[in-house]
Design a protein around this ligand. Structure first.
Ligand code: NAD
Length: 316
């Protein structure tokens, strides 16, 4: 990884990934791209930035060539709840964008990263200790695009020799950029509302366990996997990774340790609840640990303390 292009880089992950990549590899060596360009955004002002719609392959190729990149990190996608509301658009962006980015990687011989998700599993998948290799019959358009994407990345490696790599992210919790319309967003919203109003109404029901991870661990995982020795990778794309599994009352209890009068109530959104019910409770990350040394630093307690501190510093 000497010169890296990131698509969809102004989202929840990209906003922090680009900053960390620029810190490690140099500002000039990380080209941010997105369909929008807010002039005051530090990712836009902190290094090279280009407007690229990933459904426009020619434009993506032009920008990748112009900047002579050797690595593509492809993040642009519609997330689970948005994709369920706009399934045709989600197919076009998630699959059309992915195949375009893979084609550019093939043509320019780039290393390639894209994230899959716990959304790639479905109601028939074992819910506890979900294996790395298991049944994947998701019922959502997001899940359909994620499984298809995992297979396509495997294909580009075996057929064309592209160095594709990827993880299945759980719900990601962060304070820099707001999440983009996923099912696990409640676990971010709850911290903002706890500080602003001392209470939170959850659209996900009590007792619904999902895997989660704090953003610093997610960013670290991407970079560690990309730098890992290729000969050690038996899997390539879609490594299960997670740091913690909890349900809404557990995160509320943790927040109460810092904001003692904090209250959680429930108004369940049937669409997002159905998505959550179809996902695993907790996944098995053994392959990622064994093949490239995945580890997470933050559990629920440590993350909650840091989230509340960082949001307070932001003036929330
Ligand atoms: P996000 O919704 O926060 O950001 C997506 C970015 O893509 C946005 O900045 C948006 O402007 C951009 N975008 C949308 N359409 C585009 C297009 N046609 N061309 C170029 N850019 C476009 O998403 P995120 O949370 O940063 O997720 C990034 C990736 O990680 C996605 O593939 C997502 O499925 C995956 N993922 C995220 C999570 C999570 O909890 N955030 C969990 C699992 C997997």
């Amino acid at each position: 990884m000497k010169k890296i292009l990131v698509t969809g880089c102004l989202g929840q992950i990209g906003s922090e990934l680009v900053t960390e990549l620029r810190r490690r590899y140099g500002n000039e060596n990380v080209v941010g791209t997105d369909i929008r360009k807010p002039e005051d955004n530090p990712v836009v002002t902190g290094g090279p930035f280009e407007i690229v719609d990933v459904t426009d392959r020619a434009r993506l190729l032009e920008v990748a060539k112009e900047h002579k990149v050797d690595t593509i990190m492809h993040l642009a996608a519609l997330l689970s709840a948005v994709a369920e509301a706009k399934p045709q658009l989600a197919w076009n962006i998630n699959m059309g964008g992915l195949v375009n980015a893979l084609e550019v990687a093939r043509e320019l011989k780039c290393q390639f990263f894209t994230p899959s998700s716990i959304g790639a599993f479905g109601p028939d998948t074992p819910k506890e200790n979900t294996p790395q290799d298991t049944i994947q019959r998701p019922k959502t358009m997001y899940g359909v695009t994620k499984v298809s994407g995992e297979l396509l990345c495997d294909y580009y490696h075996t057929k064309f020799g592209v160095d594709t790599r990827g993880v299945r992210f759980p719900g990601l919790i962060s304070y820099v950029a707001l999440p983009g319309g996923g099912t696990t967003d409640y676990a971010v919203d709850i911290y903002y509302e706890a500080l602003k109003n001392g209470k939170y109404t959850s659209y996900i029901d009590k007792g619904t366990y999902m895997d989660m991870m704090y953003m610093p661990d997610a960013i670290n995982a991407i970079i560690t996997l990309m730098e890992a020795d290729e000969s050690k990778l038996k899997h390539r794309n879609a490594f299960n990774i997670a740091a913690m599994s909890f349900e809404p009352t557990q995160i509320a209890e943790e927040i109460k340790k810092h904001i003692k009068d904090f209250e959680i109530t429930f108004e369940v959104d049937p669409v997002r609840q159905a998505i959550a019910d179809s996902w695993p409770d907790c996944i098995d990350c053994t392959a990622a640990k064994e093949e490239w040394g995945f580890k997470a630093e933050y559990d629920l307690e440590k993350m909650t303390k840091d989230m509340l501190e960082k949001l307070k510093e932001k003036g929330i």
